[in-house]
Write a protein that binds this ligand. Structure first.
Ligand code: SAM
Ligand code: FES
Length: 344
């Protein structure tokens, strides 16, 4: 295992069979996380970047089997924030030191391309020193282009799994892996900083499908990769499935750090949900980003992708202070910065 890990650290790629062997075996954990931290420190020092997440709509036309805000969840209480409310979140976030805002939501037809273009313009006009990330799902290339021209800098679209059969177990037939991948390639071609990613421990995931993910990430060379444990939601078809493991998530975070040493890699809220110290452990495994919530407390509980999501009752300022303390406790510093990837 050590040899494979060393080679990954040197060459930043492995064959599919080698990925399978590493992921199946999950050996040399301490050695792997040591190398991952070395790479993280080399490029980012002890800095942790922060993004203010604004969950602006929980309406969604899709029906992903894992997701708490899927269309068929009639128990979800739906909301969408108005432009003024979103701008209020940005204002509060800016004062707290956020220099990246992430607009995330379900695929909500109310937010037409025109409305999104206007919203992007409003935010970028006021906060020109901030990066704006969109995470609003699959769109036509032309729409992505319009958002980019309007000022969006980054786009998060987890590919969820790079294995076609596995994709079919997680999504209804109308959602296609090929389209998801095309979207990512289109985003990259347009010039966005692009983030893909997947849930760890999603139903049907195997070392083979994870190896496919690693191969896809090697090919795509994204700027960001978002991974967090799958956590079941009680009102979805996957209510009875088991959640992903902390240990496996940490192992994969470290592998990703070695796969692309300058990657922007969040220690996710889902990881903090299944382990009280999940985010600290994530940073110590090689992650370098945290994404606290800036949404108004009144709607936070409603953006419930999975059960027991943390921080749904805290004000943005409390969340930020809590994270500052948590990062300090492990020797890292939350910085006021757009948090762009460093060039290698
Ligand atoms: N609609 C956008 C999209 O499709 O990319 C963004 C919103 S979507 C809810 C954001 C991410 O939440 C998904 O890519 C998925 O990986 C994650 N997610 C959804 N349900 C989850 C669950 N039960 N456990 C962990 N993560 C989940
Ligand atoms: Fe659309 Fe989850 S099913 S955001």
């Amino acid at each position: 295992m050590r040899k494979l890990i060393d080679r990954l650290a040197e060459e930043h790629k492995l064959s599919k069979e080698e990925w399978i062997a590493l992921i199946e075996n999950r050996g040399e954990k301490d050695y792997l996380s040591h190398l991952a931290r070395q790479a993280q420190k080399k490029y980012y020092g002890n800095k942790v970047f922060t993004r203010g997440l604004i969950e602006f709509t929980n309406y969604c036309k899709n029906n992903c089997y894992y997701c708490g805000i899927r269309r068929d969840n009639k128990n979800a209480s739906r909301y969408r924030l108005r432009a003024e409310e979103i701008l209020d979140c940005c204002k509060q976030g800016y004062e707290l030191g956020f220099r990246t805002f992430v607009l995330q939501g379900g695929e909500d037809g109310y937010y037409t391309d025109d409305k999104l273009v206007e919203l992007i313009g409003l935010i970028k006009n006021k906060y020109s020193d901030c990066a704006l990330t969109l995470s609003v799902g699959e769109k036509e290339k032309d729409s992505y282009f319009r958002f980019y021209k309007a000022g969006a800098d980054r786009y998060l679209l987890r590919h969820e799994t790079a294995d076609m059969e596995h994709y079919g177990k997680l999504h209804p037939p109308e959602l296609k892996l090929s389209n998801r991948k095309d979207c990512l390639w289109n985003l990259k071609e347009i010039g966005y900083q692009v983030g893909c990613g997947f849930m760890v421990g999603s139903p049907g995931q195997t070392p083979e499908t994870l190896a496919e993910d690693m191969m896809f990430i090697t090919q795509l060379q994204p700027d960001m990769v978002g991974i967090g444990p799958f956590v079941p939601h009680h009102d979805t078809p996957f209510a009875g499935e088991s959640q992903g493991s902390v240990e496996e998530t940490l192992y994969l975070l470290s592998l990703l750090r070695l796969l692309k040493p300058n990657l922007l890699l969040p220690a996710t809220t889902a990881l903090g949900t299944i382990d009280r110290e999940g985010r600290e452990k994530g940073i110590l495994a090689g992650a370098n980003v945290v994404m606290p919530n800036l949404s108004p407390v009144t709607v936070r509980k409603k953006y419930e992708l999975y059960d027991n999501k943390i921080c749904t009752g805290d004000e943005a300022a409390e969340c930020r202070m809590c994270l500052v303390r948590r990062m300090e406790s492990i020797g890292y510093q939350l910085v006021i910065d757009r948090g762009d990837p460093v060039k290698i």
